[in-house]
Design a protein around this ligand. Structure first.
Ligand code: NAD
Length: 269
């Protein structure tokens, strides 16, 4: 197989959670551009997910919109069943859905905490567990992919960078990091690859307010000098689940314009 072919995903079915906007949308489009058929998960209104499906179909691909709240066990199971009924056995699952509910510690309510942990961490567990069950049931299909299944979590630089006023989010992403590594340790001998992508600041709805108010401050944290675009992450996700990245197991790919270089220390050592 030529190296360029190894990045193709033809004949593979993928599920992306939170795929009606931002990084999830870009990931769904990148997977489809590489040849995968894609189940586009959304939580609430279907219009945005339908638009992603329509875009994939207009480009000659195959996609279906599937509703589910990733923090609800029964809805996650139903989402996987629906995706596989339409697209066939899944080879690729991207656990991307996430939310922020920011507050200083004195003002953070238990609801703020529970909401973020239940989507960003428990959602990762529920989606990851169902993905592994489905990959096992499907088995290895070497004519389609070297791995028996590929699972990617959308984590964050805040799995390692502490984040004041966002303790719920940072705690959930830190937990997601150990969820990913422990899961990878548990299932990699079955040929299942589990990895994470950890974006820095990407221009999406999740941080629109912060970007409007603090763009100059944000740029000081990014040595590469620009805020990321959803496509920056979508391209990495599509590559990471391809055979071109077949030997990457249990890793986090940081895509952050150098944010984790802690640029504030430059010149002050
Ligand atoms: P976004 O708000 O555009 O996307 C989040 C998506 O998750 C939305 O489509 C939303 O509807 C969906 N979602 C929320 N709760 C859900 C639920 N319970 N069930 C199903 N779907 C649900 O923002 P984004 O930046 O694209 O975020 C995607 C992921 O990337 C998140 O996990 C986020 O934490 C992570 N991330 C984003 C950045 C950034 O700078 N944008 C940085 C690091 C990590």
């Amino acid at each position: 197989m030529a190296p360029s072919d190894m990045a193709r995903l033809d004949g593979q079915a993928a599920l992306v959670t939170g795929a009606s906007s931002g990084i999830g949308r870009a990931s769904a489009l990148a997977l489809a551009a590489a040849g995968a058929s894609v189940a586009v998960n959304y939580r609430g209104k279907s219009e945005e997910a339908d638009a992603v499906v329509a875009q994939i179909e207009a480009d000659g691909g195959r996609a279906v919109a599937v509703q589910a709240d990733v923090s609800k066990e029964d809805e996650v199971a139903a989402m996987f069943a629906e995706a596989e009924t339409v697209l066939g056995p899944l080879e690729i699952v991207i656990s991307n859905a996430g939310i922020q509910k920011d507050a200083s510690i004195g003002d953070m309510t238990l609801d703020d905490w529970n909401a973020v942990v239940s989507v960003n961490l428990t959602g990762g567990f529920l989606v990851g567990r169902e993905a592994i069950r489905r990959f096992r049931a499907k088995g290895r299909r070497p004519e389609i992919s070297r791995a028996a299944g590929k699972l990617v979590f959308d984590s964050s630089v805040h799995q390692v960078i502490p984040w004041a006023f966002h303790v719920n989010y940072a705690a959930a992403k830190g937990g997601l990091h150990m969820l990913m590594q422990s899961l990878a340790q548990e299932v990699s001998q079955e040929g299942i690859r589990v990895n994470s992508v950890a974006p820095g600041a990407i221009a999406t709805a999740i941080n629109a307010g912060e970007r409007d108010e603090h763009k100059a401050d944000m740029l000081k944290l990014i040595p590469y000098g620009r805020i990321g675009e959803p496509d920056d992450i979508g391209r990495i996700v599509a590559w990471l689940v391809s055979d071109a990245a077949d030997y990457i197991v249990g890793q986090t790919i940081f895509a952050d314009g150098g944010m984790t270089l802690y640029p504030g220390f430059r010149g002050n050592g």
